[in-house]
Design a protein around this ligand. Structure first.
Ligand SMILES: *Cc1c(COP(=O)(O)O)cnc(C)c1O
Length: 366
């Protein structure tokens, strides 16, 4: 091994990095943007507020900024192996960005059915720049998914929504990484739930590692939804779901049963938090730990805070909070609530006065 290799040996991506635990039909496909291998970041300040040993699985560090890349590399590899030329998805945004990137990489065409007006600007920009064909439709995510399924049924295009089992195959690798980083399973794993694919994927991953003898128990899995888009909590579909956390604004999760099985079998629970709790949790996470997550991810942080306050997550527990997407995906979710200070003249006294105003500079004693 040369000195250079020792300094720079990149994580090989989900398919090669987790080859031994993936289906052979995809594990040998040479497709990667070096997704996965994301850091598990200790969160001591937020953890001590909540009285727990907290770790953040920062999935925003994936190539397109969300965990969707883990599943998408697998689904697009499957489409390549099957000789497909086009993939199709419905998306609240991150699936679109990821499908567009991996199909560009694979040389496939990508068609995205977008619920009009319900997708953040950053995600639309990604899908556009990667060259996907976008079809904005006047409907919400649930109807968009029906249309994508119909398109896949009537044309040779391959559906790459999480109904495609290869998506979960790729996404389960995050559980492997959590277990490896901690040297075992955490007591609790907390994540946001929209369509219900990712929560099932984590459960599959932990179970597979336990069967392989790599861990001796699985975590309790806690799903968090946004109030107004919380069908699993209410126990019935919601016709017109509403939340500012657009990535989980889903009223009829396609993965309903799989999500509820993961929660029940792991001894976990599902709860809902409102948008103001979500924004408060996002700001706290950023200020305490220097990690900026998009609103859907912050929902999980807000849910964890509720459970810790109620004592449902006991003091001293080891907890992994899955931060599913990067905050820069949706900067409007910050800017529409924040108020930028007024512009001042480029003179020192003006700068000092303005800086002192917010207490940003200690009293200089002049
Ligand atoms: C897709 C997504 C979710 C929800 O995942 P599901 O598998 O649909 O439950 C949560 N957060 C972010 C950022 C997402 O992109």
């Amino acid at each position: 091994m040369s000195a250079h290799e020792r300094v720079y040996r990149p994580w090989p991506g989900v398919l090669a990095g987790h080859r031994a635990y993936l289906l052979p039909e995809i594990s040998g496909v040479g497709l990667t943007l070096h997704e996965g291998g994301t850091p598990l970041v200790a969160a001591p300040r937020l953890g001590s507020r909540l009285g727990i040993d907290l770790h953040l699985k920062v999935e925003g560090q994936n190539p397109t900024g969300s965990f969707k890349d883990r599943g998408m590399v697998a689904a697009v590899a499957g489409a390549m192996a099957g000789g497909a030329r086009t993939v199709v998805c419905a998306s609240t945004g991150n699936t679109a960005a990821s499908a567009a990137a991996y199909s560009a990489r694979a040389g496939l065409k990508c068609l995205v059915i977008l619920p009009a007006g319900a997708v953040s600007a950053g995600k639309v920009a990604q899908a556009l720049v990667y060259g996907a064909r976008l079809v904005p439709v006047r409907c919400g995510f649930d109807r968009a998914l029906e249309l994508a399924r119909e398109l896949a049924a009537r044309t040779p295009a391959v559906l790459v929504n999480s109904l495609n089992p290869l998506r979960l195959e790729g996404q389960k690798t995050a559980a492997f990484e959590v277990a490896s980083a901690l040297g075992g399973a955490p007591d609790f794993l907390v994540l946001p739930v929209g369509n219900g694919g990712n929560i099932r994927a984590y459960w599959l991953g932990f179970q597979q590692y336990r069967r392989a003898g790599l861990i001796d128990r699985c975590p309790r899995i806690i799903g968090v939804q946004a109030l107004g888009a919380d069908p699993l909590v209410r126990g019935e579909p919601i016709a017109e779901p509403r939340t500012r956390a657009t990535a989980i604004c889903i009223g009829r999760p396609a993965g309903w049963n799989g999500a509820m099985d993961a929660i029940r079998e792991s001894g976990g629970t599902v709860l809902a938090v409102d948008d103001s709790q979500i924004f408060a949790a996002r700001d706290l996470l950023a200020a305490d730990e220097g990690v900026f997550a998009e609103p859907a991810s912050a929902a999980a942080a807000a849910g964890l805070a509720c459970l810790a306050e109620r004592g449902a997550v006991p003091c001293g527990s080891t907890v992994v909070l899955v931060l599913t997407g990067h905050g820069l995906k949706d900067p409007d979710a910050v800017l529409e609530r924040a108020c930028l200070p007024p512009v001042v003249e480029p003179e020192f006294p003006a700068i000092l006065a303005a800086a002192g105003d917010g207490g940003a500079v200690d009293d200089p004693g002049i």
